[in-house]
Design a protein around this ligand. Structure first.
Ligand code: NAD
Ligand code: UDP
Length: 343
């Protein structure tokens, strides 16, 4: 639970914990880095709805103003164009750190920038979290398990990661980010939380970001063949975005550092996913096989017992329920006749 000092944004920097007259505020002050992106913008919606004041920090590499435009003019909302590798000083109570390209196409675009942004995480932690005693939540990833030799993956599994491969800038980068986060916690007493997020989909995903769900949905809507990479027998477990956002908030508010797997254990091969997309959008959609990308993990499925037990969290939306919600957003954005970010 947060003290009154935390609610003011002074965190442990305010030794009395008393609220100066006239500075009482209802909600928390929260920074969401990457808040103009897919997951971040849904999180921002929930925090604003709860009555918090939210500052979005984003460089718009993969995010879009349209995702948060509906908050413009709200005094509880601010948007800062800023690259998180540069120092930033703000007085806040909580930091949700999501800024980072998540699609393999995006994070491989400039791999050096990707890995460096994880190492420079210290700017964020020292400038925002350590200085004012704010709680810092890192959005890590199931990629820390690499091409896993244990299935499903538990948080205790240390992973099977290629340190010199084309995905390493992201998976080794996130592993480094977890290390830095824990070192600041142990060494400087920074309050931290770590979420390991599994594949997540929903409205506002970038349409052409190369991820499998966004690709298949856009392809089916455009009457193009669904591009299955490799033999299509590799698996992923797909989580709807509202479930993830609920899990992130529970983690932030709870007493446990983690890491916690946040994902939906419903596991699908890519061919099965293509079938669900066919059922949902177009039963006549064709499938086209393409060569797979290097180091692609063969299987992935979260063991979420820890999150169930300690956070009281589990996902509620199945793939067959969640997919149509994303399809209507994609349909509007692809065929026009829409207001972007209106979901
Ligand atoms: P996204 O690409 O839609 O959003 C990322 C946001 O961060 C974008 O708005 C982008 O412009 C911003 N950004 C990127 N680099 C930045 C920088 N250097 N400075 C400031 N802003 C920057 O991705 P997403 O799917 O919303 O993912 C959000 C977070 O969740 C990421 O950290 C990602 O690694 C993690 N994650 C997502 C998934 C998933 O399936 N969506 C799975 C595992 C982990
Ligand atoms: N994939 C696919 N067709 C596509 C895009 C991706 O078959 O058009 C496969 C990809 O090879 C991988 C899986 O789908 O096995 C998930 O890929 P994605 O990029 O969505 O996420 P990640 O690999 O990061 O889990």
């Amino acid at each position: 639970k947060f003290s009154s000092a935390h609610r003011l944004g002074f965190g442990s920097a305010n030794p009395t914990g008393k609220i100066p007259l006239g500075l009482k505020r209802k909600g928390l002050r929260i920074v969401v880095t990457g808040g103009a992106g897919f997951v971040g913008s849904h999180l921002v919606d929930r925090l604003i709805a709860r009555g918090d004041s939210v500052i979005v920090v984003d460089n718009f590499f993969t995010g879009r103003k349209q995702n948060v435009m509906h908050h413009f003019g709200n005094p509880n909302f601010e948007l800062i164009r800023h690259d998180v590798v540069e120092p930033l000083l703000l007085e806040v109570d909580q930091i949700y750190h999501l800024a980072c390209p998540a699609s393999p196409v995006h994070y491989k675009f400039n791999p050096v920038k990707t890995i460096i942004s994880f190492i420079l995480l210290q700017n964020l932690i020292t400038g925002l979290a350590k200085r004012v005693g704010a709680r810092f939540l890192l959005t890590s990833t199931s990629e820390v398990y690499g091409d896993p030799l244990q299935h499903p993956q538990k948080e205790t599994y240390w992973g099977n990661v290629n340190p010199i491969g084309v995905r390493s800038c992201y998976d080794e980068g996130k592993r480094t980010a977890e290390t830095l986060t824990m070192d600041y916690h142990r060494g400087a007493g920074v309050e931290v939380r770590i979420a390991r997020i599994f594949n997540t989909y929903g409205p506002r995903m970038c349409i052409d970001d190369g991820r499998v769900v966004s690709n298949f949905v856009a392809q089916a809507l455009r009457k193009e063949p669904l591009t299955v990479y490799g033999d299509g027998k590799q698996t992923r477990s797909f989580q709807y975005v509202s479930d993830l956002v609920g899990g992130l908030m529970r983690l932030m508010e709870g007493e446990h550092i983690g890491p916690f797997n946040l994902g939906n254990p419903g596991e699908f091969t890519m061919l099965e996913l293509a079938e669900v997309v066919q059922e949902t959008i177009d039963p006549n959609a064709k499938i086209e096989f393409r060569p797979n990308t290097e180091d692609d993990p063969h299987k992935r499925k979260p063991d979420i017992s820890r999150a169930k037990q300690l956070l009281g969290w589990e996902p509620k939306v199945s793939l067959r329920k969640g997919l149509p919600l994303m399809v209507s957003d994609f349909r509007q954005r692809i065929f026009g006749d829409h207001k972007e970010g209106s979901n």
